[in-house]
Design a protein around this ligand. Structure first.
Ligand code: HEC
Length: 254
């Protein structure tokens, strides 16, 4: 269903609601109308089991939306928008019913706690709707590895809001380590325009890389037999054990 069609439908439902509000109908009549609307929404939700339909996205478009998105509502929202907004335009429902503003709380590694980089949270949520569970798991496994191993940021915005000259490798998908290593290397504070633009660019990078993997999967070209950390170490973990356990890496309980 195309976006305009859905908008029309939403509008007509809204005008129906307005009309029922204005009409002096009895309580029973009103209940009947709203009951009917409820049934309608439930039936609509059932029409779209996971995974949702996917069409290939231009990674450049995803990057642009994600970069701009960071300046509106930060990293999680930025990546989710970079992936889902093009699908809202191309495919319509069910994507138009998923407002990406709901991802905003991922900012700062989840409201500033520095846990998972919010850009990866945005990617995880989007991929969770698009790819079958097993494929999504491998796509995100690749994404976390790539995020940890890559000199970031790579993205060059058309109209940068600050100069970002330094790239760093985080060795980890954690916001705290990613931001910490970059701010130290660049000698810039958390509140500096450079750090902000760095995170906006990382947001674009994550959206673009995720879209490239989704596009490969759509083309039947995505392959990954990389093991998940939990299967390697016997504990849920990141690979940089020695950064947090410099003296002695504890052995997980068997
Ligand atoms: C981001 C930091 C970080 C990383 C990376 C990390 N750990 Fe830990 N780990 C901790 C902290 C903090 C604790 C809890 C304090 C402690 O016991 O040292 C912990 C606890 C553990 C425990 C529980 C037993 C214990 O002695 O507390 C095991 C086992 C463990 N880590 C193994 C690993 C392994 C193996 C890796 C790498 C695959 C790893 N850790 C990576 C921070 C980390």
């Amino acid at each position: 269903m195309k976006a305009e069609k859905i908008l029309d439908e939403k509008m007509s439902r809204r005008s129906l609601l307005r009309a029922t509000g204005k009409l002096a109908i009895g309580a029973a009549g009103l209940a009947a109308v709203s009951g009917g609307l409820n049934i309608f929404s439930k039936a609509e939700a059932k029409e779209t089991p996971l995974p949702w339909p996917y069409e290939k996205i231009d990674p450049e478009e995803a990057g642009r939306i994600a970069y701009d998105g960071w300046y509106k509502a930060f990293c999680s929202y930025g990546v989710a928008s970079g992936i889902l907004v093009p699908l809202q335009k191309k495919i319509g429902e069910p994507y138009v019913s998923l407002p990406t503003e709901g991802l905003r709380l991922g900012e700062g590694g989840l409201v500033g706690w520095g846990t998972l980089c919010g850009s990866l949270l945005g990617a995880t949520v989007a991929v969770g709707f698009i790819a079958p569970y097993d494929v999504g798991k491998q796509i995100m496994n690749e994404m976390l590895q790539w995020y940890s191993d890559t000199q970031l940021p790579i993205y060059r915005p058309a109209n940068p809001k600050a100069t970002v000259a330094v790239q760093t490798i985080s060795n980890s998908p954690l916001c705290h380590l990613s931001v910490g290593k970059w701010t130290k290397a660049a000698n810039k504070s958390l509140g500096s325009p450079e750090r902000k633009d760095r995170c906006a660019r990382v947001t674009a990078d994550v959206a673009m890389k995720t879209v490239m993997l989704l596009n490969d999967w759509k083309d039947g070209k995505f392959k990954s037999d990389r093991k998940l950390p939990a299967a390697i170490y016997g504990i849920t973990a990141q690979h940089n054990c020695n950064e947090c356990h410099p003296n002695n890496i504890p052995t997980p309980v068997k």
